[in-house]
Design a protein around this ligand. Structure first.
Ligand code: G4P
Length: 290
């Protein structure tokens, strides 16, 4: 199910999250490592204000390692702590706990100097739908944690989940809305499967994805679909894929719907290898045109 984010929902999500923020030392902003900019909420920093933040690039197992390194460098240059995780396959407790303690070390040193007893770091996870919030909760809580569902904001009375000895998490992640304004963002969310029901049509999504692949991963396309490497005309490339894979209707005409479906499925299931759809240098580029 996809949520329609109306202004009222956004205001409510924002208000509820800001109430919970008072309870925590740090926010974990969960992003999709393949599209860190497109999977961020446009108002995150405004919502959390000066609360310390750890950026967690999730689904790193699906992202291009070279591009992920560029993103880590980018965040470092900005003075923003960031780590990468694969919440589905790897235990992330140690990495997240260590990174949080590092960010909060001055605060905790001050508390210690005042004679306060050592205590766990208190944190909450925030992110747009589908970045892996529930998966990370389950990973950290070592049990089936509450589903975030698709409802905006924090939807339950909060409870603390103990994560090891040094971290406590609010058990319900905060759900925030995605960026709506930039067309490129919508395409990136659609290609990676973050939004399923979208006003963008499948053919436009595929043409966008194909264009990105031709520019950034031409060799992967050539190898996967045994292509000639002539990428001038994208429709001709789709036709070549359809012909090579035998997606033909009667009369030998290429079944483009089948080509779209397979291409999208294969991109999402790593058949073309680990792909990223956004580099830090893309941030200043014009948004795509139709
Ligand atoms: P959310 O709470 O933020 O909405 O996201 P959720 O945890 O439900 O995760 C969304 C999808 O992403 C899930 O796939 C989940 O398994 C997958 N996922 C989460 N973290 C990782 C990761 O680190 N690596 C990989 N490879 N996948 C991850 P799903 O249930 O199959 O949903 P869908 O793909 O059909 O949307």
């Amino acid at each position: 199910m996809t949520v329609q984010w109306f202004p009222g929902h956004m205001a409510k999500a924002r208000r509820q999250i800001q109430e919970k923020l008072q309870l925590v030392d740090i926010v974990f902003e969960l992003l999709d490592a393949r599209i860190p900019y497109s999977s961020s909420n446009p108002m995150m920093n405004e919502i959390i204000k000066h609360k310390p933040k750890l950026i967690i690039l999730n689904k790193v197992d699906m992202a291009d390692p070279n591009v992920t390194q560029q993103w880590l460098n980018y965040f470092k240059e900005q003075g923003q702590p960031a780590i990468t995780i694969d919440a589905l396959h790897q235990n992330a407790i140690k990495q997240i706990t260590e990174a949080s303690k590092e960010i909060l070390k001055e605060k905790f040193a001050k508390e210690k100097a005042k004679g306060l007893r050592p205590r766990p770091v208190r944190a909450m996870i925030l992110g747009i739908p589908n970045v892996g919030k529930s998966t990370l909760m389950n990973n950290l809580a070592k049990r089936k944690a509450a589903q975030t569902g698709d409802r905006p904001g924090v939807t339950k009375a909060q409870q603390w989940v103990k994560v090891g000895q040094e971290l406590e998490l609010l058990d319900t992640p905060g759900v925030l809305w995605p960026k709506f304004e930039e067309k490129r963002v919508g395409y990136n969310l659609a290609v990676t499967g973050a939004i399923k029901d979208t006003i963008l049509t499948l053919d436009h999504i595929i043409l966008y994805a194909l264009d990105y692949l031709i520019q950034h991963y031409p060799q992967r396309l050539i190898e996967r679909y045994h292509l000639s490497g002539n990428f001038e005309d994208k429709v001709a490339v789709l036709e070549e894929i359809g012909t090579k894979r035998g997606f033909l209707q009667s009369g030998g005409i290429v079944d483009y719907d089948k080509v779209y479906e397979i291409l999208l499925r294969e991109i999402r299931s790593l058949k073309l290898g680990r792909l990223s759809f956004e580099c830090p240098k893309d941030l200043n580029q014009e948004t795509v045109s139709e």
